[in-house]
Write a protein that binds this ligand. Structure first.
Ligand SMILES: NC(=O)C1=CN([C@@H]2O[C@H](COP(=O)(O)OP(=O)(O)OC[C@H]3O[C@@H](n4cnc5c(N)ncnc54)[C@H](OP(=O)(O)O)[C@@H]3O)[C@@H](O)[C@H]2O)C=CC1
Ligand SMILES: C[C@H]1O[C@H](OP(=O)(O)OP(=O)(O)OC[C@H]2O[C@@H](n3cnc4c(=O)[nH]c(N)nc43)[C@H](O)[C@@H]2O)[C@@H](O)[C@@H](O)C1=O
Length: 318
């Protein structure tokens, strides 16, 4: 890819979007197009049409979405399905209309059936019922994958759908209600340490397993697949399946084990209490990342190093 190629990063101030900006800048890409949510509401069909017609990006990284943890997904299902369907429909369609060379659509590991075999292969999509706590979000993401595949088949576009596992990194959402588990635990243990609280509450049974990937690894994966040659894709992506690539580190741990790791890194001395009134969500969603590896990408940052580094970033943001 030409270093002057015009690349639009949708959602550039988010967890993944900001990591994409860091990675693109590091690799010497200079011609980056960005808009804040206030400047361009991606649910607005006319505004998105005008933006693409004016800017004519050559590449699109679609990292804008309505995102949140288990509680947010369960509490605002209408917003999760409506906003995600609108954002991705507008951006994918206008990418086609304006001749974008390649688009990367970010989905999520929650698109796969709740009880599917582990580790989860791309081919398990649509083979069983979804997890209820995030079904509206997952269905929106599945529609986005289908849209990428349909445009590829009918119009010969080269859109890819990358499916990340649970992500964390600098600039994460630390809201105690709406965030994902890792930032929530970092904040809970840190605040309990400062206040000398005897207990920290962890939602659910502690037994669900999660796979966590740093946003810098995710951004490297996105750039790898944005730049991969059409020949390699043609050779290695099954033609009878959606253009889907799982992105994960290939290892998971229980929520209780994760809480213990955070407890140690933060240096909290009290006790962990489980709140069984809160939902567990999917019991396990470990991705099979052999396709990504076969296409030349694999995760680099070990979880413990990643947690140490985000805890330092969290402290410096206070
Ligand atoms: N975080 C995770 O654990 C995971 C994330 N993903 C996927 O990765 C992608 C990026 O997620 P992540 O970076 O975590 O999300 P963030 O919430 O951190 O960032 C999302 C970005 O999208 C922007 N945005 C949201 N709605 C609109 C809109 N209507 N118009 C314009 N911009 C909008 C937000 O702007 P603003 O904040 O101003 O609204 C924000 O900059 C998403 O597709 C998500 O589904 C997949 C799996 C796990
Ligand atoms: C990325 C992914 O993220 C979501 O799915 P999730 O993995 O279930 O999300 P989560 O990170 O919020 O929780 C993981 C586990 O951790 C437990 N847990 C313990 N204590 C806290 C806690 O304090 N906060 C949170 N949020 N969870 C906690 C919690 O009960 C659950 O068992 C969906 O948005 C989905 O759509 C999606 O894509």
């Amino acid at each position: 890819m030409d270093k002057n190629a015009k690349i639009y990063i949708a959602g550039h101030r988010g967890l993944v979007g900001s990591a994409l900006i860091r990675a693109l800048t590091k690799q010497g890409y200079l011609n980056l197009v960005t808009r804040t949510h206030a400047e361009l509401d991606l649910t607005d069909q006319v505004a998105v049409k005008d933006f693409f017609a004016a800017e004519k990006p050559e590449y699109v990284l679609l990292a804008a979405a309505k995102v949140g943890g288990i509680h947010a997904n369960n509490t605002y299902p209408a917003e999760f399905i409506h906003e995600n369907l609108a954002i991705q429909t507008n951006v994918i369609h206008q990418s086609y209309v304006n001749g974008v060379k390649r688009l990367l659509f970010l989905g999520s590991s929650c698109i796969y059936p709740r009880d599917c075999p582990q580790p989860i292969k791309e081919e398990y999509l649509l083979t069983g019922p979804l997890e209820p706590t995030n079904r509206p979000y997952a269905l929106a993401k599945i529609a986005g994958i289908e849209m990428c595949w349909s445009y590829n088949r009918q119009y010969g576009t080269q859109y890819l759908a990358v499916m990340p596992t649970n992500l964390y990194g600098p600039g994460d959402n630390y809201d105690l209600q709406n965030s994902h588990v890792l930032p929530a635990l970092i904040r809970k243990f840190h605040e309990a340490k400062l206040a000398n609280n005897p207990t920290v509450t962890v939602w659910g049974s502690g037994t669900p397993r999660r796979e966590l990937l740093h946003s810098d690894d995710m951004a490297e994966a996105c750039l790898h697949f944005l730049q991969i040659s059409p020949q390699t894709l043609q050779e290695k992506l099954p033609t009878n399946q959606p253009p889907l690539i799982n992105i994960g580190c290939g290892e998971d741990l229980t929520i209780f084990e994760l809480a213990q790791k955070v407890e140690t890194i933060v240096g909290y001395q009290g006790e962990i209490v489980l709140d069984s009134t809160k939902p567990d969500g999917t019991m396990r969603k470990l991705l099979d990342v052999s396709l990504a590896k076969n296409l030349g990408w694999q995760a680099r940052l070990p979880l413990e190093t990643g947690i140490h580094s985000v805890y330092q970033q969290y402290l410096s943001s206070l």
